[in-house]
Design a protein around this ligand. Structure first.
Ligand SMILES: *Cc1c(COP(=O)(O)O)cnc(C)c1O
Length: 322
């Protein structure tokens, strides 16, 4: 158990399921999926685990509003809006893009949960607008809490250190864990949790948008800072972090044939729904690496389903999936 202040709103432990039909068509290795798309809060996903720690901290600091940021179809923002509602806090989301005529996918859910959206142009500095938004709220007498992109700070990291402890308790000891990585908090938490629990397997992050070098720096720094939060003396270096950035060349959120193939294959072989931005890309990487013989046929792989399915119904993706 991770020793830090935490709220409890996730449905945990999430199930681990085997994917025998997918393993069979690929000719091995043995595949399992960790259903973190089923964390329960407003359609679930990986940000819910981080938010259990982040919102405990926000409440402890006397915040009355949380302010976070992301892409228009951000799953992190949707889960933050729901967590804030559940804790009686206000929520302001700074989103990149243009306000659509009718909110769809995650945007619809953000609105249902009562979040206010501040739109910033696609390439504008989102974080600066987020800081300005906090300033404005303070001037209005509110007490905002700034939650970074992806919920990835040393506190958010603890959610995935805890998730690693959860898998260890579930008794599966895979050779590999594979997942999509973007803001790095999930990978940092798993890295920290693996070290703390003496796990001997390997973590492989499939990058969704960032370079392997940037992620290795970021993940090792976040994991070290997460350890400090816990009063643990672990140090991590970029050499401890394995990221494959060969599947993100099309750019963030660009749905290509590789994602389409992975999404339809998981759905048709296992009835498992991936998302168009994160798990579709991560699964495409996993399938390609399996086909290229990266893993041993006898290996056991745990794939983390980190959620994101509401984006399947967003116009930007819905019309390009088939
Ligand atoms: C945010 C997100 C990720 C990436 O997690 P990070 O902690 O930002 O690296 C993966 N999958 C989904 C569905 C996400 O929403």
């Amino acid at each position: 158990m991770i020793a830090a202040e935490r709220l409890r709103f996730a449905h945990l432990p999430t199930p681990i399921e085997e994917l025998p039909r997918l393993s069979a068509v690929l000719g091995g290795p043995r595949l399992f999926v960790k259903r973190d798309d089923q964390t329960g809060l407003a359609l679930g996903g990986n940000k819910t685990r981080k938010l259990e720690f982040l919102l405990a901290e926000a409440l402890q600091q006397g915040a009355d509003t949380v302010v976070t940021a992301g892409a228009a179809q951000s799953n992190h923002c949707r889960q933050t809006a729901a967590a804030a509602a559940r804790c009686g806090l206000g929520c302001v989301l700074v989103l990149n893009g243009e306000q659509p005529a009718c909110p769809d996918g995650n945007l619809l859910l953000d609105a249902l949960c009562g979040a206010t959206v501040v739109w910033v142009a696609e390439r504008a500095p989102r974080e600066q607008v987020q800081l300005e938004t906090c300033e404005r709220l303070r001037a209005e007498g509110r007490h905002p809490c700034f939650i970074p992109y992806g919920g990835s700070n040393p506190t958010g990291v603890l959610g995935y250190a805890q998730a690693m402890a959860e898998v260890r308790e579930q008794g599966l000891d895979p050779d590999w864990m594979v997942f999509g990585t973007s803001s790095g908090g999930t990978q940092a938490g798993l890295l920290l949790g693996g070290r703390l629990s003496g796990w001997r397997g390997r973590l492989l992050g499939i990058s969704i948008d960032e370079s392997a070098a940037w992620l290795a720096d970021r993940v090792s720094e976040l994991a070290t800072q997460g350890a400090e939060k816990l009063g643990e003396r672990c140090r991590f270096t970029p050499a401890d972090v394995l990221v494959d950035d060969t599947y993100c060349r099309a750019g963030y959120g660009v749905l290509t044939e590789q994602e389409r193939e992975a999404i339809t294959m998981f759905a048709r072989r296992e009835g498992l729904l991936l998302d168009p931005v994160y798990t579709g890309r991560a699964a495409a990487g996993l399938l390609d690496l399996i086909r290229r013989g990266f893993f041993a046929r006898t290996d056991t792989i745990l794939f983390w389903h980190t959620g994101g399915q509401p984006a399947l119904f967003a116009d930007a993706y819905r019309t390009r999936l088939l």
